[in-house]
Design a binder for this molecule. Structure first.
Ligand code: ATP
Ligand code: MG
Length: 723
């Protein structure tokens, strides 16, 4: 038996983990120490050397992308394709189980997955139906409440209102929401996990089947499992399953989504005799990057504590750039990306990371202007674009008439004269008769509507019926192709003059290509269309477009977890943005932000740029901020400040005149005056510099004082104290 390729390029600790006996194992180690590598090699080892059937492995990774990569890597190691391998995300695997056992799970066979947008819309509609004020009962908060309960494994009947009227209301909304979902066969993301757990918990036979089947449970990014995911794993493992989990407490970044790093401790109690393997050598980053990351995370108090080291080179210093504003920041990033590409490097080897999704827009604009291909992960997701969701709604309605959210989405899109009043009538009929909107529409079209409205509704219904008929038996992509035209969507968006409409039509056509390249799983019992629709809902998070093109990778720090790139930019490193404003005051929140920063830094292999802007327009507001405190936590010896190329004159956007770009001159830098600088004035008190004009004795600054409002002051008279 030739075991060399599997054990090649592993250090002693890694090898020990890979070849560990069939006992619960916890690999706890820092970023870039080879945890994912160990997991992949463990799978290959089990199959190839221990003779374990691929069928008895279950591997959980964090994203679909990681799952695909793991499958690929196992196949490369084994030099053969592995079929029937259960590798996926928690959601993906839960979904697979529910599809197989929909009956036992209490779901209709063609249940539909709804994403968080659909979920929110459903909640809004629910409030409207119940005539509940959505100002007092904020839909997003209700959504949050429902998901948080599900993540903890709690159904409405498990909840106690504790004598609190608000809580009682929340619980009853949760209950009502559940009824709608059950009626429409709708399953949200949190429900996938909860149902999959209940499925095993309540079906002894199934449970013992799966316990027998899955001997080995491999889990990556274990620190980010939430309560229900952990419960599912434990249930599945039982007394005989062998869990093999890898994780890093310093990279736990989903506390806000219910993830509990405490599971690392729980695991050791739940599985007595757990073997613990620590990996400390980092193979990813230069010593400079690694030391910077170590220094930052050392500021957290709640840690298991470990120190990473590398045999790698010292490497380049981390470059920090202070931009004037977000455009300047984007220009800087583009400039450096250009240099990178000109040096013959692959674009895909570079990543631009940011804290919040909204930051991507400006970066995207600059990349487009510069003609640099890029791809956004988790932002403008292909399957989440409005026109795509419209087309999917038609497809869903064809396959499942009782899908209310799809019905609402397209009943009057393209416009066909079904007004808000008609829809309201349909809704109230559905409410009164506890039926779907589709049924309600059919029932009242013949009775309660004016003849014009009735006509419009019947036209819509027969359109859907006709499409269902005409697409029956067609190949999946022909079905999609038929629907985007027959629904009138293509014509509808064509009328939208300009680039936007054009892009939307292109996206619709892209959906046909997506269907074409979609490979249904022959083992699935669903129709290819249903499978495709589930795929669309599940993959929405992972930007499918243009996968083949070499392009710069844009993503939030959260979605960068587990990935690595030779060149990394961390943008928007400003207090208030990162760490995020709402976390600053809360020590736990701040520590989670710091872990996220640790994740960001450790994505870089060779070159790391950190940028911050003095002034930033985000969500339509101008903010002035200080550089992120995390930058100050990086030891100075690892940092090199990048000086702007032009120092004296800088183009600047006037905040108040809104005249767009105009040239202005900064007063002497030696005075330490800069945009966003906090100052104190004898009479007006504390404020922030918004704008500067003129030079020398004529230099004037505009200051926004906290109490006195905005004032222009001549610097040489104002006697401002810098703070
Ligand atoms: P993260 O915490 O970011 O998920 P990780 O611990 O999962 O990181 P990997 O992604 O598995 O780390 O490994 C980081 C890099 O180091 C990868 O490029 C991997 O191929 C490489 N690597 C890991 N172990 C070794 C080794 N023993 N020899 C050479 N390269 C290695
Ligand atoms: Mg990893």
């Amino acid at each position: 038996m030739d075991v060399t390729p599997i054990l090649e390029n592993l250090n002693d600790a890694q090898r020990q983990a890979v070849t560990a006996p069939a006992e619960p194992t916890l690999v706890i180690a820092g970023a870039g120490s080879g945890k994912t590598r160990v997991l992949v090699h463990r799978a290959a080892w089990l199959i190839d050397v221990e003779g374990v059937s691929p069928q008895s492995l279950l591997a959980v990774t964090f994203t679909n992308k990681a799952a695909a990569e793991m499958r690929g890597r196992i196949e490369t190691l084994l030099r053969l394709p592995v079929q029937n391998l259960w590798i996926g995300t928690f959601h993906g695997l839960a979904h697979r189980m529910l599809r197989r056992h929909w009956r036992e799970a209490g779901l209709p066979q063609n249940f539909q997955i709804i994403d968080s947008d659909d979920q929110l819309r459903l909640i809004k509609r629910l409030l409207k139906n119940l005539e509940i004020d959505d100002g007092r009962w904020v839909p997003r908060e209700i959504q949050w409440f429902i998901n948080a309960q599900k993540d903890e494994g709690l159904r409405p009947q498990h909840l106690d209102h504790e004598g609190n009227a608000d809580r009682r209301q929340m619980i009853s909304l949760y209950q009502a929401y559940e009824e709608i979902c059950q009626r429409g066969g709708l399953v949200d993301f949190a429900e996938l996990l909860l149902r999959a757990h209940e499925l095993l918990r309540d079906n002894a036979e199934l449970l013992s089947h799966y316990r027998r089947r899955f001997q080995h449970l491999l889990v990556d990014e274990f620190q980010d499992t939430n309560a229900i995911q952990y419960a599912w794993l434990r249930l599945l493992a039982g007394d005989s399953g062998v869990p093999f989990v890898v994780g890093d407490d310093d990279q736990s970044i989903y506390r806000w989504r219910g993830a509990r790093v405490e599971h690392i401790h729980r695991f050791q109690t739940d599985f007595p005799g757990t073997r613990i393997v620590k990996l400390e050598q980092n193979y990813r980053s230069t010593a400079t990057i690694l030391n910077a990351a170590n220094a930052v995370i050392a500021n957290n108090s709640s840690r298991l504590g470990k120190n990473l080291w590398t045999e790698g080179a010292e490497g380049e210093a981390i470059r920090v750039y202070s931009a004037y504003n977000e455009r300047d920041e984007a220009d800087f990033v583009i400039g450096r990306l250009r240099d990178w590409i000109d040096q013959g490097n692959a674009r895909a080897d570079s990543a631009v990371l940011y804290r919040s999704n909204a930051q991507s827009r400006v970066l995207e604009e600059s990349l487009i202007n510069a003609g640099i291909p890029y791809r956004v992960y988790g932002g403008l997701r292909f399957f989440e674009r409005a026109e795509i969701k419209d087309a999917l709604a038609y497809l869903r309605l064809i396959s499942h008439r009782d899908d209310d959210s799809s019905f609402e989405r397209i009943v009057n899109k393209p416009t066909r004269g079904i007004g808000a009043r008609t829809v309201e009538l349909i809704r109230s009929y559905a409410r009164a008769n506890a039926c779907s909107l589709w049924r309600a529409a059919g029932a009242i079209a013949s009775n309660d509507l004016s003849s014009r409205a009735a006509n419009a509704v019947s036209t819509f219904m027969s359109l859907v019926e006709r499409m269902a008929r005409e697409t029956r038996g067609l190949d999946l992509h022909d079905q999609v192709d038929h629907v985007i035209y027959a629904s009138g969507l293509v014509d509808f968006f064509k009328k939208d003059k300009g680039e936007k409409g054009e892009t939307r039509v292109e996206n619709l056509l892209e959906l046909v290509s997506a269907a074409k390249s979609f490979e249904p799983d022959p083992a699935e019992e669903m129709t290819p269309l249903d499978e495709f629709l589930s795929h669309a809902a599940l993959e929405a998070g992972e930007g499918q477009a243009d996968a083949w093109e070499d392009c710069v990778q844009l993503m939030t720090m959260h979605s960068a977890k587990g990935l690595e790139f030779p060149l990394v930019f961390m943008c928007g490193m400003e207090d208030g943005l990162f760490p995020h404003q709402r976390s600053i005051a809360d020590p736990n929140g701040l520590e989670e932000e710091r872990r996220l920063c640790y994740v960001g830094i450790t994505r870089a292999k060779k070159t790391l740029f950190v940028t911050h802007a003095e002034q930033r327009r985000l969500h339509g507001m101008d903010n002035f901020s200080q550089p992120s405190r995390f930058i100050a936590e990086i030891p100075a010896e690892h940092i090199e400040e990048v000086r702007p190329r032009v120092q004296i004159t800088r183009p600047m956007r006037s905040l108040h005149s809104r005249q767009g770009l105009r040239a202005a001159t900064m007063p002497n830098d030696e005075l330490g005056i800069r945009l966003g600088q906090r100052v104190r004035h004898r009479k007006f008190g504390d404020g922030v510099i918004l704008n500067c004009e003129g030079q020398g004795a004529h230099a004037r600054v505009e200051v926004n004082f906290e109490t006195a409002g905005t004032k222009w002051l001549v610097l040489s008279y104002a006697n401002l104290d810098l703070m």
